[in-house]
Design a protein around this ligand. Structure first.
Ligand code: AMP
Length: 273
């Protein structure tokens, strides 16, 4: 992969990287399409990164289907699928790690200690191996995108980070590889996460600026579904991820909830004048 990337860069051509954990869906495919439009060679990486999973999380059962992923990536015009083994990515464990301090401890990071260290470390490795001109991420994982942007800024990495909108099912549920865990009834109830964000958005359009009132409104929507257990509603400054009491400027509203035993996340960006 490194040699191939070097050849391309020597020819003065650009490389687009779409890092994924596989089980590709339309969200991933939208990133591949953007890379296809904007760069000469498109690399999709598929690696279920053990370092970003907590001990009680779903690493072992995370959906894996390489042959299907290869067919989808090919159909969308990817030139390379880079699917390294755990031994190739961590031949001697993970002694050198990348920590984006502060941003990584909040919100998702507070609930999943070490998660963003795992993410930043594997993305740093992928950037060194694939040498992308542009790397593509989804807004679905909003905090992750903020952290990766900060990592490349702080470490002067010569790579552009593009963040693309969340792709949703027709009822509004954010696409996720984890949606396959949902039973039929859970799947029906899971839409409440996006409905809660929609309710917050409407309240904001109607003039509501108080974070606490928005949070209550969102909770009321999700409480209607018996199988949903809200874990966190973060209402934060979109750039710094610090909580705000009153919306002002660009804000992010992030929700994490269990639907049955499946943990889902979603978010909304709003510009408030
Ligand atoms: P994952 O395979 O879940 O690690 O995701 C790989 C990339 O795809 C990340 O940048 C995600 O933010 C992005 N992604 C996941 N789901 C969606 C979605 N529904 N819409 C847009 N991007 C997504």
């Amino acid at each position: 992969m490194i040699q191939f990337a070097e050849q391309i860069r020597r020819r003065g051509e650009t490389i687009g990287l779409v890092p994924t954990m596989g089980a590709l869906h339309e969200g991933h495919l939208s990133l591949i399409r953007a890379a296809r439009r904007q760069t000469d060679t498109v690399v999709v990486s598929i690696f279920v990164n053990p370092l970003q999973f907590g001990v009680r999380e779903d690493f072992a059962r995370y959906p894996r289907n390489l042959s299907r992923d290869l067919a989808l990536a090919k159909r969308e015009g990817a030139d390379v699928v880079f699917a390294p083994s755990r031994e190739e990515m961590y031949p001697r464990g993970a002694c050198a790690i990348v920590e984006v301090e502060g941003l990584s401890d909040q919100l998702e990071g507070a609930l999943r200690p070490g998660h963003f260290r795992g993410v930043a470390t594997v993305v740093a490795k992928l950037f060194n191996i694939v040498q992308p001109t542009i790397a593509y991420f989804g807004q679905k994982d909003y905090q992750q995108a903020v952290i990766i942007k900060r990592m490349v800024e702080d470490l002067h990495w010569p790579v552009r980070i593009d963040v693309l909108p969340t792709v949703r099912e027709s009822d509004g549920l954010a696409m996720s590889s984890r949606n396959v865990y949902l039973s039929t009834v859970e799947r029906r109830q899971a839409v409440a996460l996006s409905q809660a964000l929609k309710a917050a958005h409407e309240a904001i359009r109607g003039g509501e600026r108080r974070a606490q009132a928005l949070r209550r409104r969102m909770q009321a929507v999700m409480r209607q579904q018996a199988l949903i257990r809200v874990q966190q509603i973060g209402i934060v400054d979109a750039a710094t991820l610090t909580p705000v009491a009153q919306l002002k400027g660009r804000a992010a509203i992030l929700v994490a909830a269990f639907v049955g035993t499946t943990r889902l996340i979603d978010n909304l960006l709003v510009d408030v004048t």
